[in-house]
Write a protein that binds this ligand. Structure first.
Ligand SMILES: C[S@@+](CC[C@H](N)C(=O)[O-])C[C@H]1O[C@@H](n2cnc3c(N)ncnc32)[C@H](O)[C@@H]1O
Length: 353
């Protein structure tokens, strides 16, 4: 293998530092991951072909097959929101959750309202492109409509792995050339984010708002952590990460078990702790009031649920811009370690570059 081959492999895998070490009796390649959560972390081999094989993203299982007989995440959630796009199996499973935990519908609505407030806020900061990964079935208000209140030519790409979600999104959301709908699996964000249809609309060097609404809790823990880390790394400085996710902290374990049974292996519900969710914002400047219950994130009017055994946490983080520090807009943005509210969960502080 020549130095040219090494340069090609280095260019192919920008998430890794790859170099060659030549000592008497030893000639080897060393690979180190530059992105927290990106696997493998370290690799040492004398064969450059092996480097390429080891770093090649593992293709996740293909898109979910369409079936009406088994419960489906997007359709159950749509039923809790009062939507009509569900089948008998979805409605039965969703209703059986509501019998025991009626507040789940209220929390689902609170999640939609949070996403709208967060996107409105990010659009107000001047961001012009949005990526909504795990979009779900269309639910009013559409996030592109919210973004366009402030940025009329905002470019938006919706991604999901569910074929029914994708066909509804293509029919109802992709209403002009600045809105794209792309099939993608969050277990392999690198593959999803390089498809040409997405690259045509989203310019990687420009700030972007990545929205991961109520989707990371459907991934096994290591894959969810890796996906969040991948977006923190991929996003250009000045970009925003909007996340909401169910947490095991303060949620009734019986509800988690019920959801795990309803969704099964197709969408393994992982109850992540509040601290684990806060860690998805590590190194970002986290907007006030921090990582908090969805209903508590800058509410229009304070509508704290009377009592809830179901919790979804939410936050908005901004990737620092080199040389300008972590809290550009002092009134709005703060580093949690330096403040935050008493109920906010702490992320590791943003460090200015
Ligand atoms: C509960 S809905 C959330 C919808 C919307 N983001 C919201 O917060 O209102 C979860 C969505 O995530 C999608 N999803 C689940 N696992 C996924 C994965 N690994 N990759 C992409 N989408 C996924 C489901 O198909 C579903 O549409």
């Amino acid at each position: 293998m020549s130095e040219d081959d090494l340069a090609t492999v280095q260019a192919e895998f920008p998430g890794y530092r790859i170099w060659r070490e030549i000592f008497p009796g030893r000639d080897r390649y060393v690979v180190r991951s530059l992105v927290p959560g990106l696997s493998p972390h370290t690799l040492i081999t004398s064969d450059l072909t092996e480097v390429r094989e080891a770093l090649k993203p593992v293709s996740p299982p293909g898109p979910e097959a369409f079936t009406t007989g088994r419960t489906n995440v997007a359709r159950m959630y749509a039923h809790w929101l009062g939507g009509k796009d569900s089948f008998e199996a979805d409605r039965m499973a969703a209703d059986s959750v509501l019998v025991r935990f009626p507040e789940v519908a209220e929390i689902a609505h609170a999640n939609r309202a949070f996403l709208a407030r967060a996107v409105r806020h990010v659009a107000q900061q001047g961001v012009r492109q949005f990526v909504d990964f795990g979009v779900g079935l269309p639910a009013s208000p559409n996030l592109h409509d919210i973004a366009r209140e402030r940025v009329p030519d905002a470019r938006v790409v919706y991604l999901d792995r569910d074929p029914v979600v994708l066909s509804h999104a293509r029919a109802l959301l992709a209403t002009d050339e600045n809105i794209g709908v792309v099939a993608g699996d969050l277990r392999n964000p690198a593959a999803a984010m390089t498809v040409p249809a997405l690259a045509e609309l989203i310019s990687a060097p420009e700030p972007v708002c990545v929205i991961l609404g109520c989707v990371l809790h459907f991934l096994p823990s290591t894959e969810a952590d890796a996906a969040a880390a991948w977006f923190r790394w991929w996003m250009a400085p000045g970009s925003y990460l909007v996340i909401s996710a169910g947490t095991s902290t303060g949620t009734d374990p019986e509800l988690l078990q019920q959801l795990q049974a309803a969704f099964g292996d197709a969408a393994p519900v992982t109850g992540r702790t509040a601290a684990e969710i806060a860690a998805w914002f590590d190194g970002l400047a986290v907007a006030r009031p921090g990582v908090v219950d969805v209903w508590a994130w800058r509410p229009d009017s304070v509508r704290r649920p009377a009592q809830s055994r179901a919790r979804i946490l939410a936050g908005v983080g901004r990737k620092p811009v080199a040389g300008t520090g972590c809290s550009l807009e002092r009134d709005d943005w703060d580093v949690l370690a330096a403040g935050g509210t008493s109920q906010a969960v702490r992320a590791r502080p943003c460090t200015s570059t």
